[in-house]
Design a protein. Structure first.
Length: 295
């Protein structure tokens, strides 16, 4: 049986806010990339996910519930650094209450924990609220719809358990595919050459990963931003130095091997030794930024 999804681009932008509806289901998802937090106005009862990544810890996720979604998201924008995208799930008929979303929060948390694909960022384990048996059945149907939306609309599988052998095979395929891209897609090379840096790399997939090539070098170490030590790129730099990926040479850091970053900005922060927007800093030979090319 087929299930229809309807996806609305709320900002008329591919990388902007989206609303996802499922045919004959009383639930919708509102997707909010972090740079659109200030424009998110849906202040209703919801269960939600914050998703991001870290160079050391991998994929990260936080599960929450709220009675004031927009206010809660603004608070997370100020206090939680790790996340890049938020996924809020609402009832189309405003048929969710506090007990409902606490029940869903606990079920989602447990499913993610058992699957083991993401590192949970919750400081405490959500407690399942008591709801009537009939309501439990309705909420479990919503849970399945949430799983369907995440997989069908966003290609996210946080509830699906990891098949280790499949993961190994997929990793090998990705490496082979990456090598083909490096060999064949020279026109997709991007550069960073300001501040004394000399780096080049490639965008992978839908922009969630960025490859910096062997031989690239960072900006001058002595010109590193004062705030550099306060951002995650500084921790990543120390880790890559210990692993031998980066080596200090003549006042710069040089890449001794090709390295994959979780985002263009993660790569550009390290190249310029400061907080940056990788979508604006990485440019092709024609001087066009990643941001311009994705418009």
């Amino acid at each position: 049986m087929s299930i229809a999804l309807q996806i609305l681009l709320n900002d008329e932008e591919i990388d902007g806010k989206k609303t996802v509806y499922v045919a004959n289901r009383d639930i919708r998802c509102e997707y909010v990339p972090r740079h659109k937090v200030s424009t998110f106005k849906s202040d209703y009862v919801a269960v939600y996910l914050l998703i991001g990544s870290d160079e050391e810890q991998g994929d990260l996720i936080y599960v929450g519930e709220t009675e004031e979604a927009a206010i809660r998201l603004l608070n997370h924008d100020k206090k939680k650094e790790f996340w890049d995208y938020a996924y809020f799930f609402f009832s189309n008929t405003h048929n969710l209450n506090k007990a409902d979303v606490k029940f869903l929060e606990a079920k989602i948390y447990q499913a993610i924990k058992e699957a083991g694909r993401y590192k949970l960022e919750n400081a405490s384990i959500p407690k399942e609220s008591h709801v009537h048996d009939i309501r439990q059945s309705e909420l479990m149907d919503m849970f399945k719809t949430i799983e369907f939306i995440l997989g069908g609309a966003f290609n996210l599988l946080p509830f699906k358990k990891v098949d280790l052998q499949l993961e190994v095979n997929e990793t090998k395929e990705k490496i082979n595919h990456l090598q083909q891209q490096l060999d064949e897609l020279e026109k997709e090379t991007f550069y960073m050459t300001q501040k004394g840096a000399d780096a080049k790399g490639y965008l992978l997939g839908e922009g969630k990963k960025f490859v910096v090539l062997k031989g690239s070098k960072t900006a001058s170490i002595e010109k590193a931003a004062n705030s550099f030590k306060e951002i995650s790129a500084a921790t990543n730099l120390e880790r890559l130095k210990k692993q031998g990926v980066l080596q200090e040479i003549d006042g710069y850091y040089q890449f001794n091997e090709t390295h994959i970053f979780n985002s263009p900005s993660g790569a550009s922060d390290l190249i310029y030794l400061g907080a940056t927007n990788g979508w604006k800093e990485w440019k092709n030979k024609e001087g066009e930024s990643l941001e311009k090319l994705r418009e």
